[in-house]
Ligand binder design. Structure first.
Ligand code: HCA
Ligand code: CU
Length: 455
């Protein structure tokens, strides 16, 4: 094996042979009690799934979202909320973007937050000189490396890029603050150009190099390959940034961690250019499924909903119905078969526990897909007493009406109460059947109130 291949192997921490990997798996199994099938594979010796950090970019990438306009007060409120949530870094818009951007950056640096504050600049000394005066803990530098951007954006070649990168990095380092170098549009850049520039900046001593899927074109397999290759070339940490144009932003982030990246750029609700980047909440959902202890030890997940509401209000969007964790039906179970199993053991149909996020699960029982177990549970909640057979009978009535029209909770409760009254005092209420169903009042839509099932 050539010397540089040996080096690359050592950098990547690759074990000498398969036997060693096998041994690692056995050791991991011995240590760990039950193995989480959704967790990191013990054979993924490069994986940072259990050791990742978040660079929160709502106040940089998120400011590039079409609807975003953050006042200074709103930025400060968001920065404090992000810090409270526990993000590792907060990335802010370049201080050269506008006078106010610079003033806001300085104001946030003075807040004394636990999170490190970064600003994001072009790879240019004019920007770097302003950035280091703002009080930030670090500077994220970026320059386009793909043919598209070299030709149509800044018009510079790789030699020029390397020269200005070295100048900016050495300058920022001389100020004693962190420096990250990133290539914009990494996945459409020439791999040899990329590895050369990363190797160069790594040698000068950057804290991190970044890979950016600027146009959201990458798939998880390509991400794995690029991160893994880069890992064998640099010693420093690898940060990754994924746009969501083709819906892969969360999966790509997870795969990047598996391949050995350490830091993921996120924004609240994923807001950013076009349809945005990896969303903080969605990534939390993915990561808690992989390593619950790590995620719970670092991040205040019960603050997620408020954080998302804060940002959603600020940029005037709704929380999407299918949002991981906070979508309105993320923990609502509907079909009778699901409801029965959930009532017996929530893990049957849930990979995430709503209580980890300060949320509750619901059984949506007011519909024709419902089952008698769900209805029985509602009967219990109403503090009524029916036998199992009676519950089955009343469920049949509910399903019959559910075949005719959409049901509300009040509909179902009325049917149950009337049925209960009938079976308790059959002689007092001779008129059975259809009259009962016609009597029900419709006060609310089916989604406005739901049966809450305690954890
Ligand atoms: C952009 C820049 C960027 C930078 C990412 C990074 C991108 O707005 O185009 O600094 O790693 O997506 O490439 O957000
Ligand atoms: Cu971006």
């Amino acid at each position: 094996m050539c010397g540089s291949c040996e080096d690359a192997k050592a950098n990547a921490g690759l074990p000498a042979n398969k036997e060693e990997v096998f041994q690692q798996v056995i050791e991991a199994k011995k240590k760990g009690g039950p193995i989480n099938p959704y967790g990191p594979n013990p054979a993924d010796y490069l994986s940072n799934v259990s050791n990742f950090q978040l660079i929160e970019s709502t106040l940089r990438e998120g400011e590039q979202f079409a609807n975003a306009f953050f006042t200074t007060e709103k930025k400060i409120e968001i920065a404090k909320a992000l810090d409270d949530f526990g993000v590792d870094y907060i990335e802010l818009t370049s201080p050269v973007a506008s006078e106010q951007s610079r003033a806001d950056c300085e104001a946030i640096c003075k807040l004394g937050l636990k999170a490190k504050i970064l600003t994001h600049i072009r790879c240019h000394m004019d920007d770097a000189r302003v950035a280091v005066e703002t009080g930030v803990d670090g500077v994220d530098v970026v320059i386009g490396t793909s043919q598209f951007l070299r030709q149509y954006s800044h018009g510079k070649d790789m030699n020029y890029i390397a020269k200005s990168a070295i100048e900016v990095i050495e300058f920022v380092k001389s100020k004693g603050i962190e420096i990250r170098f990133s290539s914009e549009d990494s996945f459409r850049s020439d791999i040899v150009d990329l590895l050369n520039i990363y190797r160069t900046v790594d040698k000068i001593g950057v804290n991190r190099v970044g890979i950016a899927d600027t146009v959201g074109c990458a798939n998880p397999r390509q991400v794995y390959d690029l991160v893994r290759t880069l890992k064998s070339v640099v010693h420093c940490d690898i940060e990754t940034h994924f746009h969501n144009d083709t819906g892969c932003a969360i999966a790509n982030a997870y795969t990047a961690l598996e391949a050995g990246a350490r830091l993921i750029d996120v924004s609240v609700l994923g807001i950013g250019e076009r349809n945005g980047i990896t969303p903080l909440g969605g990534l939390m959902a993915r990561m808690i499924a992989a390593d619950r202890d790590y995620v719970l030890s670092k991040y205040k997940l019960h603050k997620l909903r408020d954080l998302e509401n804060l940002v959603a209000d600020a940029v005037q969007v709704n929380i999407p119905f299918n949002n991981p964790i906070t979508g309105f039906c993320a923990f609502t179970h509907k079909a009778g078969i699901h409801a029965k199993a959930i009532l017996a053991n929530p893990s049957t149909y849930e990979i995430l526990n709503p209580s980890d996020f300060g949320l509750s699960r619901y059984i949506h029982f007011a519909n024709r897909l419902t089952g008698w177990n769900a209805i029985k549970s509602r009967v219990d909640q109403l503090n009524l007493h029916l036998t199992d057979d009676q519950c089955k009978d009343v469920t049949a009535k509910i399903k019959r009406l559910g075949d005719v029209r959409q049901l509300s909770i009040d509909d179902v409760d009325s049917i149950i109460r009337d049925f209960h009254a009938e079976v308790s005092t059959p002689l007092v209420r001779p008129s059975e059947g259809s009259a009962l169903e016609e009597d029900v009042s419709i006060n609310e839509g089916p989604e406005t109130k739901k049966q809450k099932i305690e954890n």
